[in-house]
Ligand binder design. Structure first.
Ligand code: 13P
Length: 247
C-alpha cells in the first residue's frame, strides 16, 4: 500500500516562510511520480492562504486540531466544518503537545475524533508513552489505553505512534521498538475494529529525518511518518517522501 508522509509544522510559519516552503515542496515533488501521499499541516492562520497552492501541487491539507462542537460559544476555537470549508482533509488530534499543554484527555480526543469524522475529515490520532512510562516497561499498556480511550466506535482514520521521548530530540525510536509497537497497535486495532483495523494506516513520528527514515519506513505495519522539524524545510522533507512506498 502507498505510504503517507505528514508534515506537522506545529506553531511555525509566517506567510513568507510558509509560501517559500510550499513553493519548494511543489517544485521538488513535481519530479517525483508516482509518489507517496503527502499531507502538510500548517498552523490555522496559513490554511486558507496555502490551500490553492497545495491543491495545485497535489499535496493534501491538514490541520493540527479541531473542536468537538460544530459551532457555538467557544472563543478562540476552530470547528471541523470550518476546516472542511477551507479545503482541509486531515486533522491531527491528541498530539502529545496538546495533551500536555491543553490538558486533553483520551475522552477529549475521542470527542474531537467523532466531530472530525462527522465533518468528513480524516483524523490522525496520536498516541505514545513518555519517558517514565517507557522506563517502567509500560509502553504498550499506555498506548493500549490511549487507543481504547481515544478512538471512538466506528473509527475510520490514521493512528500515529509518537513516543514522547523521541519527539524533537533528534533520537528516533529504534527499528525494533517501532516494529514491536506497530505490531501491537495493529493487533489492538483489529481487536477493537475487526477487519477495518487491518487496513488502518499506522504512522511513526518522533525525530524522523533523512538519515533514519530508511530504517523506519520499511518496518512492517508502518504505513508512513508524522514529521515535525524535518517538515519545515523542503530539502529535509522531500527525501522522506522519496523514501516512502509509492504504490
Ligand atoms: P519531530 O519530528 O520534530 O520530532 O516532531 C514529531 C512530531 O511531534 C510530529 O507530530
Amino acid at each position: 500500500m502507498k505510504q503517507i508522509i505528514v508534515g506537522n509544522w506545529k506553531m511555525n510559519g509566517l506567510s513568507a516562510d510558509a509560501d517559500a516552503l510550499v513553493d519548494g515542496l511543489a517544485a521538488q515533488l513535481a519530479a517525483l511520480s508516482p509518489r507517496a501521499d503527502v499531507v502538510v499541516c500548517p498552523p490555522f492562520t496559513q490554511l486558507a492562504r496555502l490551500a490553492p497552492k497545495l491543491k495545485q501541487a497535489g499535496i493534501k491539507l491538514g490541520a493540527q486540531d479541531c473542536h468537538k462542537d460544530k459551532s457555538g460559544a467557544h472563543t478562540g476555537d476552530i470547528s471541523a466544518p470550518m476546516l472542511v470549508d477551507l479545503g482541509v482533509e486531515y486533522v491531527i488530534l491528541g498530539h502529545s503537545e496538546r495533551r500536555a499543554e491543553h490538558h486533553e484527555l483520551d475522552e477529549t480526543v475521542r470527542e474531537k475524533t467523532v466531530a472530525a469524522m462527522a465533518a468528513g475529515l480524516t483524523p490522525i490520532v496520536c498516541v505514545g508513552e513518555n519517558d517514565d512510562q517507557r522506563s517502567a516497561g509500560d509502553s504498550q499498556a499506555t498506548v493500549g489505553w490511549q487507543i481504547e480511550g481515544s478512538l471512538p466506535q466506528g473509527f475510520r482514520g490514521i493512528v500515529a505512534y509518537e513516543p514522547i521521548w523521541a519527539i524533537g530530540t533528534g533520537q528516533a525510536a529504534s527499528q525494533q521498538d517501532i516494529a514491536d509497537m506497530a505490531a501491537f497497535i495493529r493487533a489492538e486495532l483489529v481487536r477493537q475494529f475487526g477487519d477495518a483495523g487491518k487496513t488502518m494506516q499506522i504512522l511513526y513520528g518522533g525525530s524522523v529525518n533523512e538519515r533514519n527514515v530508511t530504517d523506519i519506513l520499511p518496518v512492517e505495519h508502518v504505513d508512513g511518518a508524522l514529521v515535525g522539524n524535518a517538515s519545515l524545510k523542503a530539502d529535509a522533507f522531500v527525501p522522506l517522501v522519496r523514501a516512502a512506498r509509492a504504490s
